[in-house]
Ligand binder design. Structure first.
Ligand code: TXA
Ligand code: MG
Length: 342
């Protein structure tokens, strides 16, 4: 049975160094007190997270963030104020002796975010301690976007779940490195991309700040070296050789493995289903916001149906790759992590 918590119950458990799952607008997080050694140890154990991968921390306001980090440049403070609660995470310099250094895995910087979710904000305000909140999933699984998904993955390991319904955005926040003056580097793509950031900067009269996308940024997030998300279902990118359907893999050894499995199912956009009965639609390419919102949930449903192996439709893949929308870039980044050829 799922242990559903009220915000007050969650506060009590968090103060006892326990780990609680709670919604944000992006994905659910596994929250704990960022100033507690015991809580930090707990979340690494529960997620099976590599010890060198730092935790992202959540706050309810710019003022609260400023208690824990070295003063960022004016344009970053203005940006945080303008965006307010939202799917944007700032890498900032940690203050010396900051009590939440425990969450940073030895890094001198810290990922800070104000989530745009009423339950998360209520929790953060009531407890008035920054809460770390890595995505709610066992390391290498996809992030949880509903209470049920998290209960299946982690229910017996955590103190409980605040159920806020399905996470609305469905993909993790954009992470920007702000530690080099005059530049903003997108380390992890999300719903807010280069175009949106440039618009925000123009609104606060700081158009001179350069926004770099992740292809141009050498250092990405520590977590990205642990690349692969593995839903139980192995998803291979489809490849068409003449009229023959094959699949693409960088790992030649996998070819034989897959060919012996007689793959039936293909997943992709509804527009490319044609007459294929064994096609599972991930939504319409006209609405990539919705496709992104449902993406992890759809992967979870494949797992529930015990589909061992399937194809990802090539035309659908190309559509996502060629779209200039920020949300498409975020979706493509996650799709690449999911595809079994990588
Ligand atoms: O939307 C989100 O960001 C969700 C919700 C729950 O807030 N959280 C989330 O956490 O996606 P997580 O731990 O799954 O991803 C955060 C990433 C990690 O891959 C980690 O490597 C990176 O942030 N990170 C943490 N601290 C960092 C730092 N100081 N510099 C660069 N990257 C950092
Ligand atoms: Mg994660």
């Amino acid at each position: 049975m799922m242990n559903i918590l009220s915000v007050d119950q969650a506060v009590e458990l968090l103060l006892q160094n326990q780990i609680v799952a709670a919604p944000t607008e992006t994905v659910y997080g596994l929250f704990g007190c960022a100033n507690s050694r015991a809580a930090v140890d707990n979340v690494y154990r529960i997620k099976n997270r590599p010890a060198d991968n730092p935790l992202i921390c959540h706050f309810y306001s710019l003022d609260q963030i400023l208690e824990y980090v070295k003063a960022p440049p004016l344009y970053i403070c203005k940006l945080i104020e303008l965006v307010g609660p939202g799917p944007l995470t700032y890498v900032l310099n940690l203050k010396a002796n900051s009590p939440i250094f425990l969450a940073c895995a030895g890094f001198k910087t810290i990922c800070c975010r104000i989530p745009d979710n009423q339950l998360a904000l209520k929790l953060l305000k009531k407890i008035n301690i920054p809460l770390f909140g890595p995505s709610a999933n066992t390391s290498t699984k996809v992030s949880g976007v509903t209470a049920e998904m998290i209960d299946r993955d982690l229910g017996d390991k955590i103190a409980g779940i605040i159920d806020g319904g399905k996470a609305t955005i469905g993909l993790e926040s954009t992470i920007i490195d702000t530690t080099e003056f005059g530049k903003i580097k997108i380390l992890r793509p999300g719903a807010i991309g280069k175009i949106e950031l440039e618009t925000y900067l123009a609104q606060i009269s700081f158009s001179s700040i350069e926004v770099l996308e992740n292809e141009k940024v050498k250092n990405t997030i520590p977590g990205s070296k642990y690349r692969h998300y593995s839903p139980k279902t192995m998803i291979y990118l489809e490849e068409k050789v003449g009229s023959q359907i094959s699949f693409f893999t960088k790992k030649v050894a996998r070819r034989d493995e897959v060919f012996t499995k007689k793959i039936k199912t293909t997943i992709g956009f509804q527009e490319f289903q044609q007459n294929n009965e064994n096609y599972i639609s991930f939504g319409s390419y006209q609405d990539l916001v919705k496709v992104s919102a449902d993406f992890y949930l759809n992967l979870y449903k494949l797992d529930l149906q015990n589909i061992e192996t399937c194809f990802f439709d090539l035309e659908s893949y190309n559509r996502i790759q060629n779209s200039e929308l920020s949300v498409a870039k975020a979706l493509f980044n996650r799709l690449e992590k999911v595809l079994a050829h990588n």
